[in-house]
Design a protein around this ligand. Structure first.
Ligand SMILES: Nc1ncnc2c1ncn2[C@@H]1O[C@H](COP(=O)(O)OP(=O)(O)O)[C@@H](O)[C@H]1O
Ligand SMILES: [Mg+2]
Length: 448
């Protein structure tokens, strides 16, 4: 992609309304634009990041055996009356009427809808276990939308729902999602820590929040320092095996969010030098809630003994749009974003220092062709802006690698490459630079 043909509305000034760095950088790099309070348009650069995050989430859901569906954003109030939540949910739910005066709502979550789908489609225990998920916009009329996409009113969520015959089997479904979450966040370049959590309005008795430690996080959290280092299960994890020993590695050390925190236990179980008390960003949340919805909504299957039993359910959310902000919080410096390769809007940025010059234009065209053939996403700055401005923009948008083509080094057949994260620069012959970059990018894509 050439910048001269792209839509990249970069701001030089930091917008005053943005309090935290991810919100500032998302506005400055033109990733998003506020449409109204807590509601954002995703502009080209931000849209690419969102789609890449979504794809990593999808791949790990699929790997764990979950099946993708797509449910609507608008739901009927009647469905929520069946579960009793229509009256309980309160002002966070956006309620509307259609032209026939029927009560509708913009879904804040999908337990009711998925329970109805499952109830009407499955009759026997032989069709269990199943896990269905979708990646869809939600609306919650938050009292205080803030921090940009971190706490929006309209936001993109991956939500999965598991169905099992017994509570023991449901625990295995829970464990599968637990592992999928660890892998998802690791692939996004994040260190997530599962923490015992309150179940909130969704209810139930088993729940973990997946937390990224960051000063700007909205939650106060407490955990054992070793949890930050625990190795995440690999891509070869067998999701049909008993995952409980794996889960135990992440749940035996103390980790809790504010609502579940027990100061006495924390001090007893965690040595002083291992105590982390910090702020955290909730990027995922998993719940087991048994028959909370299947009972009132009559979602039953025939068991092996012929008797009808209510299915055991769990639900599992990931804040897909929140993650775009969370990744920036975890990975930036004073000059801008530092995107990990798997979610970078483009994998490298090519800078032509003398656009219009036959030699540099020619070399850049050759490089574009090489990158395209190698399947690398690149952004080519072919504008006639001055060098300083081009460098600042590239650093700001934070593509993992930069390739700089100027007349001086090109005389020797050389170009410069820069790694955004370390700032390390190297001057290399053109072909050598290409193979080094392609190798580095390909291996970084595979991570975790
Ligand atoms: N207002 C919001 N804006 C952006 N992401 C959100 C918002 N609310 C929830 N999420 C994301 O969706 C995930 C699942 O939501 P859930 O746990 O049901 O919400 P909450 O923790 O707000 O009750 C959360 O872990 C979070 O990552
Ligand atoms: Mg939550």
């Amino acid at each position: 992609m050439r910048i001269s043909r792209y839509f990249l509305p970069v701001l030089r000034e930091t917008p005053k309304e943005a309090e935290i760095v991810s919100h500032q950088l998302m506005l400055r790099t033109g990733m998003v634009k506020q449409a109204s309070a807590g509601i954002y348009s995703w502009l080209p650069l931000g849209f690419r990041v969102l789609k890449k995050i979504e794809q990593v989430v999808r791949e790990e859901q699929n790997r764990s055996g979950a099946i993708e569906v797509l449910m609507p954003t608008i739901q009927s109030a009647d469905l929520w009356r069946q579960s009793g939540r229509y009256d309980d949910y309160g002002k966070e739910m956006l309620r509307l009427k259609d032209r026939h005066e029927r009560d509708m709502l913009y879904g804040p979550t999908n337990e009711e809808l998925i329970t109805e789908i499952f109830r009407d489609g499955v009759k026997s225990y032989k069709d269990l276990p199943r896990n269905l998920y979708h990646i869809q916009w939600k609306f919650r009329d938050e009292v205080r939308p803030r921090f940009g996409v971190m706490r929006g009113r309209e936001f993109l969520m991956k939500d999965a729902y598991s169905f099992d015959l017994t509570a023991d089997a449901a625990r295995q479904s829970y464990n599968r999602m637990f592992v999928a979450y660890l892998r998802t966040f690791a692939r996004l370049g994040l260190k997530s820590i599962p923490m015992a959590a309150d179940t909130g309005p969704i209810g139930g008795d088993l729940s973990h929040e997946f937390i990224i430690l960051a000063d700007t996080g909205e939650s106060q959290v407490y955990c054992h320092a070793d949890l930050v280092q625990t190795t995440v299960p690999g891509a070869d994890t067998d999701f049909d095996a008993d995952l409980s020993p794996l889960i135990a590695r992440f749940t035996s050390d103390y980790a809790a969010t504010d609502e579940k925190h027990d100061a006495a236990r924390f001090e007893k179980e965690v040595p002083v030098d291992k105590r982390i008390s910090a702020r955290g960003i909730e990027v995922g949340h998993i719940f087991f809630f048994g028959t909370k919805y299947s009972d009132p909504m009559n979602c039953r299957v025939q068991g092996p003994d012929g008797k009808m039993v209510a299915v055991q359910m769990g639900s599992y959310g990931i804040g897909v749009s929140r993650l775009a902000g969370a990744i920036i919080e975890a990975s930036h410096d004073k000059d801008g974003c530092i995107w990990p390769v798997p979610v970078a809007p483009f994998e490298l940025g090519l800078i032509n220092l003398k656009a219009g010059d036959k030699e540099t234009d020619g070399a850049c065209d050759t490089l574009c062709e090489r990158f395209a053939n190698a399947g690398i996403d690149y952004l080519y700055d072919d504008t006639d802006e001055r060098a300083g401005g081009k460098f600042a923009t590239m650093d700001l948008i934070g593509l993992p690698y930069q390739v700089i083509v100027g007349p001086k080094s090109l005389k020797n057949g050389e170009i410069e490459i820069k790694e955004r994260r370390t700032g390390m620069r190297q001057t290399l012959p053109l072909e050598g630079a290409v193979s080094q970059l392609v190798g580095a990018i390909r291996s970084a894509r595979q991570l975790a």
